[in-house]
Design a protein around this ligand. Structure first.
Ligand code: ADP
Ligand code: MG
Length: 291
């Protein structure tokens, strides 16, 4: 690698808000064969909004009050969306006690003497709660690309909250550009399979790895690296940091968390997915000049 080629590549990146942290990052960019992208906050805006409220056996405001009481104790982006919605609607407030956060699943607490469980299907299974008639509604929400947050009260299903997080404007174009460069694109997410598939389909993504627990993302990268394949990981969250470190090339979204930015080899200052193919193109251009 000639120092001049590295300087030119780094400078070209900087001009476009693509920060290569070192010469290695630039060289590896040229060799990437597959790009793994986190869904929430990377392919999507990471601004979840409540779109559906389905109450079963309780009224809607009651449901929202119970759920918001639990989610007020949580820092999850889905929890924040639910609390915001409850406040805007004026559903009233209660104080949760005995709050338990279940990473990758949801949360539980006691509200007004009732036990409230909020989260995904896996959490309901763990709690022995059968969705009954709500299962079909859950599937409908997921098939439309929304995340269905399931609510159970005192061991019985009480409702669903549909949450949408719109894709970033340039996500589909970024996937197309990566394909044009001969790079495979894979989505990696903790969200449920059907929701993830619907969004991946819209964006033209090749493969989906869903329902991945927070601690499992890095080992999914190891599997994709088998046979010496060069894998880049693009992410924004605290959860993504181990996967960013494991990947041959870690790429952080500039608007992401500090841990992601510190761990990555490349930072996209504009938080634009289109800068992923740009980064790889700069790497390839640099390598060509080095030969
Ligand atoms: P991601 O942010 O990639 O979706 P997480 O591991 O944070 O992954 O969460 C996985 C899933 O667990 C979420 O999609 C959601 O269904 C459920 N979940 C986690 N925390 C909460 C919460 N506080 N409230 C409701 N659902 C939750
Ligand atoms: Mg994310």
């Amino acid at each position: 690698a000639t120092p001049t080629a590295i300087m030119v590549g780094t400078g070209l990146g900087a001009k476009r808000g693509v920060l290569f942290k070192n010469a290695m990052a630039l060289e590896t960019s040229a060799r990437v064969q597959a790009v793994v992208m986190d869904k929430t906050g990377t392919l999507t805006k990471g601004e979840p909004e409540v779109t559906d409220l389905i109450a079963d056996g309780v009224d809607e405001d009651e449901l929202l009050r119970l759920v918001a009481a639990v989610e007020r104790e949580s820092e999850h982006p889905l929890a924040e969306a639910i609390v915001r919605h409850a406040e805007a609607r004026g559903s009233g407030t209660s104080q949760a006690v005995k709050f338990v956060n279940v990473p990758g699943h949801g949360a539980t607490a006691e509200v007004d003497g009732r036990r409230v469980v909020v989260g995904n299907r896996r959490l309901m299974e763990a709690e022995g709660i059968d969705l009954g008639l709500l299962a079909a509604r859950r599937d409908e929400l997921a098939a439309s690309g929304r995340t269905a947050v399931i609510v159970a009260v005192d061991g019985r299903p009480a409702g669903l909250i549909g949450i949408a997080d719109a894709p970033r404007e340039t996500s589909a174009a970024a996937v197309a550009a990566l394909h044009a460069a001969g790079v495979e694109v894979i989505m990696l997410t903790g969200d449920n399979e059907a929701t993830a598939r619907r969004i991946a389909e819209k964006l033209g993504i090749d493969a989906v790895i869903a329902e991945v627990l927070p601690g499992e993302k890095a080992s999914k990268i190891v599997e994709l690296q088998r046979g010496g394949r060069k894998v880049a990981m693009v992410g924004d969250g605290v959860n993504d940091a181990p996967a960013l470190a494991q990947a041959d090339l870690g790429i952080a979204i500039g608007a992401g968390t500090d841990v992601a930015i510190e761990t990555a080899d490349v930072v996209l200052m504009r938080s634009d997915p289109l800068d992923v193919p740009t980064a790889l193109a700069i790497g390839r251009g640099t390598l060509r000049k080095m030969r």
